[in-house]
Design a protein around this ligand. Structure first.
Ligand SMILES: Cc1cc2nc3c(=O)[nH]c(=O)nc-3n(C[C@H](O)[C@H](O)[C@H](O)COP(=O)(O)OP(=O)(O)OC[C@H]3O[C@@H](n4cnc5c(N)ncnc54)[C@H](O)[C@@H]3O)c2cc1C
Length: 398
């Protein structure tokens, strides 16, 4: 086999980003060897669902797994924002964004993380270009002009053309490469849980703004008649910790009140999970024969469904750059090729992290002037279809 045409890539970290990256590269006949320290069967414990925008759905179709995922995925038809936060102005203000305003059928789909991981891993395991190492993380790597060599905790040594870090926000590769990050913490936590509710969701996602952060109700697809949703509640750490420790009955009452009754009586289904909220941006996305993608490169608060969707944009860009390099007989780990990736993604990811940081600051503000301005802006959006369309396109990354 021609080594230049079918090079080896090493991926460290098999969260959803690592799994998608591995799948797309395996499709290019690239040999992909992956390292994941955690027992992959524990992945089922992830209660989260991800609101994937249409480009990500396109990737699942390209891999060939969308047919298996779609029956579990809820189309996202409408997005409502309610401002409940300013007591200086009577009554909540709200705005509804509809996909038909920008001539699309829906904004995307809400997909359970556990199903997506299962399908991606199942697809990969059937691919002869995929090699999986579980419980044996990479602890050292050395980049040379022609290749990169990694060594694992158990002493395995391997070389490839390119090392991709999909290790998440605490990436060890990034630390070994001494790549600094700019980080902001908000003293916020995000609590995620699933609920059933007495009123139908009618395919609508609702984000309620108050103080402390957004409270978002995202519809779920169910086979029963019972309407269900995932809730992502971002708030000050104290508020979340207190709500987390409540008995189920008290918790249901609090959540029904917090959701302003728009989904009727709410009942917790399953467990509550807490996640830290922060922003982080890596000062570069590449170093010698190494590339950082997804949360290794950028972390943003879970508002506006941008985190994993931005990671999918990284993966699409890297995939296209590698495909072109292979076609032109170039070394996919060379400085020239990786520089293309850095130029393509660095400013875009930086501006997205900054934009979501600002949105989060506005959604959690206690400043009464800003809260009045926020509410007035929502009311103004109801009258300006042009600004609404512009915002929808920005949210969709267009
Ligand atoms: C509450 C919540 C809701 C969200 N909702 C949305 C949404 O609706 N839409 C959206 O686009 N985004 C959403 N996000 C963001 C999204 O979930 C994250 O961007 C995504 O999970 C990050 O995936 P990742 O693969 O980059 O990192 P991770 O999921 O953190 O995966 C990293 C992997 O690397 C492994 N690892 C760690 N260290 C090492 C090492 N040294 N060596 C090898 N492997 C290592 C880990 O075990 C893990 O498997 C949400 C986030 C939260 C917290």
């Amino acid at each position: 086999m021609n080594e230049k045409k079918y090079p080896s890539v090493i991926i460290s970290g098999l969260g959803i980003s690592g799994l998608i990256t591995a799948s797309l590269l395996c499709k290019e006949k690239i040999k992909v060897e992956c390292f994941e320290p955690i027992d992959i069967s524990k992945f089922h414990a992830d209660q989260r669902t991800t609101a994937f925008l249409n480009p990500a759905i396109g990737v699942f179709k390209e891999i060939g797994i969308w047919g298996e995922i779609e029956p579990f995925s809820q189309p996202l038809k409408e997005m409502e924002i309610i401002d409940a936060g300013s007591k200086e102005r009577a009554g909540p203000a709200s705005v509804v964004f509809e996909p038909k305003e920008v001539n699309i059928e829906n904004f995307g789909f809400n997909v359970p993380n556990s199903i997506l991981r299962l399908e991606l891993l199942g697809w990969l395991k059937k691919n002869q270009n995929f090699v999986l190492n579980v419980g044996d993380p990479i602890v050292k790597h050395y980049a040379f002009d022609d290749n990169i060599v990694v060594r694992t905790e158990k002493g395995k040594e391997l070389n490839g053309k390119l090392l991709i870090s999909c290790e998440g926000r605490e990436s060890a590769i990034r630390k070994r490469e001494k790549i600094n990050t700019i980080k902001t913490s908000y003293n916020q936590l995000a609590m995620v849980f699933q609920v059933s509710h007495s009123k139908k969701h009618k395919d609508r996602t609702t984000e309620i703004l108050d103080v402390g952060g957004p409270f978002t109700i995202i519809p779920l697809r169910t086979t029963s008649k019972q309407s269900k949703s995932t809730v992502v509640w971002m708030d000050n750490a104290d508020v979340i910790n207190e709500a987390y420790s409540l008995e189920n009955e008290e918790f249901d009452t609090l959540v029904s009140k917090k959701s302003l009754g728009i989904r009727g009586n709410i009942k917790l289904v399953g467990k509550r999970q807490k996640w830290p909220v922060s922003s982080q941006l890596s000062k570069t996305l590449v170093s010698k024969r190494t590339v950082l993608i997804a949360e290794s490169a950028h972390v943003m608060p879970p508002t506006g469904a941008q985190g994993l969707n931005t990671s999918v944009e990284d993966i699409i860009a890297l995939h296209n750059i590698c495909k072109t390099a292979l076609k032109n007989n170039e070394d996919i780990g060379s400085e020239r090729v990786l520089r293309r990736y850095n130029i393509k993604r660095f400013l875009l990811t930086g501006s997205k992290v900054f934009g979501i940081h600002l949105l989060n600051k506005i959604s959690m503000t206690e400043n009464s002037f800003l809260r009045i301005a926020r509410k007035n802006f929502l009311m103004y959006l109801n009258q300006s279809s042009l600004v609404r369309k512009t915002l929808i396109k920005a949210g969709l990354g267009k």
